[in-house]
Design a binder for this molecule. Structure first.
Ligand SMILES: Nc1ncnc2c1ncn2[C@@H]1O[C@H](COP(=O)(O)OP(=O)(O)O)[C@@H](O)[C@H]1O
Ligand SMILES: O=C(OP(=O)(O)O)[C@H](O)COP(=O)(O)O
Length: 394
């Protein structure tokens, strides 16, 4: 990465405004998955050990510029405090006098967490006034919020124009791992794209066609491709207006010598539920009133073979409706193949794929699980991430 990092600056005694992505799942006021908090610990601990006054900022959810009580960061501060083994002061605002007073009382090494930055309308508008108000709190800006790096907001982009601005360790690692995967990939290089969001992922697929040796399509988005080939897909997921594009991608893949893999058989169900009637059918035999909710056993074998022969695999999006056990086998097979492929570097991106890998107990077998869903996708599409662009060059 050609951006400065926390290693390149002296932070001792300095007030450091550190943007993190603590947008974590919560239930009944408790943090239910602290992966993103743990992922930011190396930077927080480093800054604290170097004698900085660490002022953390994050968003949580989408409160749309207003205070939403359930989206306060109190529970996050508690969890962080447990993980750090030290007290974390939490303020009820993200800037202003209360915050300035709290910061004035900080000692070197102390950690403070500001309130949800999205409680202010200026955050998502990237309002320069709010960015300046954040900048006034500190001497240095550190961005470690990879998961929000695709957002040009006041605390992720705007503030970087008013302070020395560097990347944290998580940001550096994500950019390096994903960047290396895309710029100098070990081959064969395979991308597996699944999930449901055809619109979000179609750009990624196009970009990947210039980079990969194998492109594997699964999940709900596969059926737009299946239909584009002229097959009946019954009630399976379809983005009709993307069919032409899907067709052109398959042609482009052929022209570029990219192996394009699609399901050869699928698990179809007569209802979108775990106890629906289900059966395995060939890809050209989906009954008109059934829907395909998982890839079939032949497809799992085929995809496994491709994975085992690959040196680098990036995976974004489940192969089926893995939340229901009846349709989790395809996703599980891909996760298991990645776990078994010892010579294959595996990169998982996207909240649902990461959750699936976690659910199957295979997370520690993966080489890199990205903390960013949207961010890793935009990065893989070849887009510049505003939160990274705004940082100081080396
Ligand atoms: N065949 C399918 N039909 C309908 N939904 C599907 C199918 N396969 C996967 N899905 C759904 O796709 C969702 C994940 O999609 P997406 O958000 O695009 O993935 P990610 O979060 O990994 O990027 C999951 O909730 C899953 O149930
Ligand atoms: O959770 C996030 O995105 P992700 O689910 O795409 O990884 C980030 O915190 C960004 O949140 P946002 O999509 O509300 O801007």
């Amino acid at each position: 990465m050609n951006k400065k990092t926390v290693r390149d600056i002296d932070v001792k005694g300095k007030r450091v405004f550190c943007r993190v992505d603590f947008n974590v799942p919560m239930q009944d006021g408790k943090v239910t998955d602290d992966t993103r908090i743990r992922a930011a610990l190396p930077t927080i601990q480093y800054l604290s050990e170097q004698g900085a006054k660490v002022i953390l900022a994050s968003h949580l959810g989408r409160p749309k510029g207003k205070v939403v009580e359930e989206m306060r960061l109190n529970a996050v501060a508690e969890r962080l405090s447990e993980l750090l083994g030290k007290n974390v002061v939490k303020t009820d605002e993200a800037y202003g006098d209360e915050v300035k007073n709290a910061i004035a009382q900080m000692n070197e090494g102390d950690v403070l967490l500001l309130e949800n930055v999205r409680f202010y309308p200026g955050e998502e508008k990237n309002d320069p006034e709010l960015a300046k108000a954040f900048a006034e709190l500190a001497d240095i800006y550190v961005n470690d919020a990879f998961g929000a790096a695709h957002r040009a907001h006041a605390s992720t982009e705007g503030i970087a124009h008013y302070l020395p601005a560097v990347a944290g360790f998580l940001m550096e690692k994500e950019i390096e791992v994903l960047g290396k995967a895309l710029s100098n990939p070990e081959r064969p290089f395979t991308a597996i794209i699944g999930g449901a969001k055809v619109k979000d992922k179609i750009g990624v697929i196009e970009n990947l066609l210039d980079k990969v040796d194998n492109l594997i399509i699964g999940g709900g988005l596969a059926y737009t491709f299946v239909k584009a080939l002229g097959h009946e897909i019954g009630k399976s997921l379809l983005e009709e207006d993307k069919m032409e594009l899907a067709k052109s991608f398959m042609e482009k893949a052929k022209a570029k010598g990219v192996n394009f893999y699609m399901p050869v058989d699928v698990v179809v169900a007569d209802d979108f539920s775990n106890d629906a009637n289900k059966k395995v059918v060939g890809i050209d035999s989906i009954p008109s009133d059934w829907e395909a909710l998982d890839i079939g056993p032949k497809t799992r074998e085929l995809y496994r073979d491709v994975i085992l022969k690959s040196k680098l695999v990036i995976w974004n999006g489940p192969m089926g409706v893995f939340e229901m056990d009846a349709f989790a086998e395809g996703t599980k097979a891909v996760a298991q193949a990645l776990a078994d492929a010892n010579d294959t570097y595996s990169v998982i991106g996207g909240g649902d794929s990461a959750a699936a890998v976690e659910k199957f107990g295979l997370a520690d077998k993966m080489d890199h699980i990205s903390t960013g869903g949207g961010a890793s996708l935009e990065f893989m599409e070849g887009k510049q991430l505003p939160g990274v662009v705004a940082l100081n060059d080396k």
